[in-house]
Design a protein around this ligand. Structure first.
Ligand SMILES: NC(=O)c1ccc[n+]([C@@H]2O[C@H](COP(=O)([O-])OP(=O)(O)OC[C@H]3O[C@@H](n4cnc5c(N)ncnc54)[C@H](O)[C@@H]3O)[C@@H](O)[C@H]2O)c1
Length: 222
């Protein structure tokens, strides 16, 4: 499981991608970023609240600020606009290319080593945009042809050693988060019961022995 995955663009594709990532517990935190204030926050909250019903633990948050996505291992870029009346396909390509450029600049600022998956690459998929007949079947065929000719940009995959190091680092960060959460929970239960801790370090050797004696605490924390 990854520690953090960010989805840029909280529209139809972005919100669905975020929901799927969370439902499949593919990341501990899923961050949705969008330029429209309130939209990613609202959708993020809705999705997170569906966790207990759908049975996933991932945290889903929305923001307009890329700092929220700092350190994410993977970015899924779905930001873009749909063609408006009076807008030519060339105008659309230009606009979306500008959006993808500004998005990647922000990503390289907050997570320079992340893997970027661009759902819509406006320049390379121009062939699809300009197709006279546009159906999923035609699009799929054009994409297959582009892939065959090696015209599709590839997702950068880090070397195996870097991938292994990332997994270890992510696992370690996750364990530290779990440890902190359990410690906080123990403190909260003691506060709730107005039980003062007799030691300065509750989780030192003496503190742990003292905690062990409080057998009921285990039932309360777990
Ligand atoms: N590759 C595919 O198979 C496929 C399929 C469907 C859609 N798409 C493409 O994916 C993109 C998204 O589609 P959609 O249906 O979700 O559109 P949408 O309009 O529902 O969502 C796009 C979102 O991107 C946001 N956005 C715009 N500029 C942004 C920026 N600079 N930074 C952050 N967010 C920004 C918008 O506010 C909006 O919420 C479109 O470009 C579409 O063409 C690709």
């Amino acid at each position: 499981m990854l520690n953090k995955v960010a989805v840029v663009g909280a529209g139809n594709v972005g919100a669905t991608a975020a929901q799927r990532l969370a439902e499949k517990n593919l990341a501990r935190t899923v961050v949705m970023i969008d330029v429209v204030d309130g939209v990613p926050q609202g959708k993020g909250l809705d999705q997170w609240q569906s966790g207990p019903i759908e049975g996933f633990d991932a945290r889903v948050v929305g923001s307009g600020n890329y700092d929220e996505a700092a350190g994410a291992e993977v970015f899924v870029v779905t930001a873009g606009i749909a063609r408006k009346p009076g807008m030519s396909r060339d105008d659309l390509v230009k606009t979306n290319a500008g959006i993808v450029r500004s998005v990647t600049e922000q990503i390289s600022r907050v997570a320079p080593k992340s893997i970027i998956v661009v759902v819509s690459n406006p320049l390379k998929t121009k062939a699809i945009a300009e197709a006279k007949i546009k159906t999923d079947k035609v699009d799929a065929e054009v994409l297959a042809q582009l892939l065959r000719c090696d015209f599709l940009p590839r997702v950068w995959e880090p070397p195996v050693a870097t991938q292994a190091l990332r997994r270890v680092t992510a696992r370690r960060a996750a364990l530290v988060m779990d440890k902190t959460a359990i410690k906080n929970r123990v403190h909260a239960v003691l506060h709730q019961r107005l039980i003062p801790c007799p030691f300065s370090d509750l989780f030192g050797v003496q503190g742990r022995h003292w905690l062990q004696a409080l057998s009921w605490l285990c039932r309360k924390v777990y």
